[in-house]
Design a protein around this ligand. Structure first.
Ligand code: SF4
Ligand code: SF4
Length: 290
């Protein structure tokens, strides 16, 4: 059974992808562990930039939404009454279905007395398996343009990757930012949630919401401070007050930002960064054998 680690953050741009890829690389190259990396930030996946990944397999991803057959409709209105997401509008002799509001719950189909509504699969994106020079098993979900619901694709990407990477000791999920359904879908099966934050009021406030959400789901949760500065005691105290341990700091360092902007891993060239990654991986090991 794999140990699953979600790398998450309250807001975007705090270093989730950098941490996910760096940890996967460190565990494989330096600790000789079997790892896999899954990019669940399906609206904007970018782990492949650092992984230098190239696509080897594409699986179209679909989800079911109702399809309307006017010939069978008796205008009873039962479908519109039962839909709690306002995804259905009964208009004269038509039923309009708003795909992006539909949660695929199937209630309207079950309550339709005539069979005028039936579920049909619609495409939402794709799951891409990728080879890479690091030989790390790697997959990403990519949401189609104009699709608004990312949680179903996150669930599918996890399903496919778990089947394919079942012999991995550690699976890293590069999770979506924010604290909505997509975040919950990404972390709900994880053994550990690592929140990477930056020491700004905005970053700390959003991270606190992500921590609160993860703790409500009974997830073991820890914080990594990115772009940290000296005398960060008040930042650590803030998170400890929220019931979350700060396990490592990645110091604010121009050379890390420069490597990042080139799409390179700073752990190859920056000893401070490498040491922080080692600290975090030791923490992961300690939790995986609990
Ligand atoms: S499947 Fe559920 S969410 Fe979608 S339209 Fe029907 S009742 Fe509404
Ligand atoms: S429940 Fe079925 S029959 Fe009734 S309005 Fe909706 S689609 Fe038509």
């Amino acid at each position: 059974m794999s140990f699953r680690i979600s790398i998450a953050s309250g807001k975007g741009g705090t270093g989730k992808t950098l941490l996910s890829v760096s940890l996967a690389y460190h565990l494989k190259e330096n600790e000789h562990r079997k790892v896999a990396l899954v990019d669940l930030d399906v609206e904007e996946p970018n782990s492949s930039i650092f992984m230098k990944g190239y696509v080897t397999e594409v699986i179209p991803a679909t989800r079911p939404v109702p399809k309307f057959d006017k010939m069978l409709c008796t205008n009873c209105n039962a479908c519109a009454d039962i839909c709690m997401f306002n995804a259905l509008l009964k208009a004269k002799e038509h039923v309009l279905i708003y795909k992006n509001l539909c949660h695929s719950c199937n209630a309207c189909v079950r309550f339709c007395p005539t069979g005028a509504l039936q579920m049909a699969d619609v495409r939402i994106g794709e799951v891409r398996f990728m080879n890479n020079p690091f030989a790390i098993p790697f997959v990403e979900g990519v949401l189609d343009i104009k699709e608004e619901m990312s949680a179903p694709l996150i669930a599918l990407t996890k399903d496919y990757s778990e089947k394919k990477f079942s012999n991995s000791e550690f699976i890293f999920y590069d999770s979506p930012p924010g604290t909505s359904c997509s975040y919950i879908e990404a972390i709900k099966d994880s053994d550990l949630v690592l929140i990477i934050t930056e020491p700004t009021p905005f970053g700390m406030s959003d991270s606190a919401i992500a921590i609160e959400t993860a703790l409500k789901l009974n997830k073991e949760t820890a914080v990594v401070i990115n772009r940290s500065v000296k005398n960060s005691g008040n930042v650590k105290a803030f998170f400890e007050e929220k019931g979350c341990q700060v396990i490592a700091e990645i110091m604010n360092d121009r050379s890390v930002a420069e490597a990042y902007s080139r799409g390179d891993l700073p752990s190859e060239s920056n000893s401070g960064f490498k040491s922080s990654i080692k600290t975090i991986s030791d923490f992961i090991f300690s939790r995986s054998i609990k």
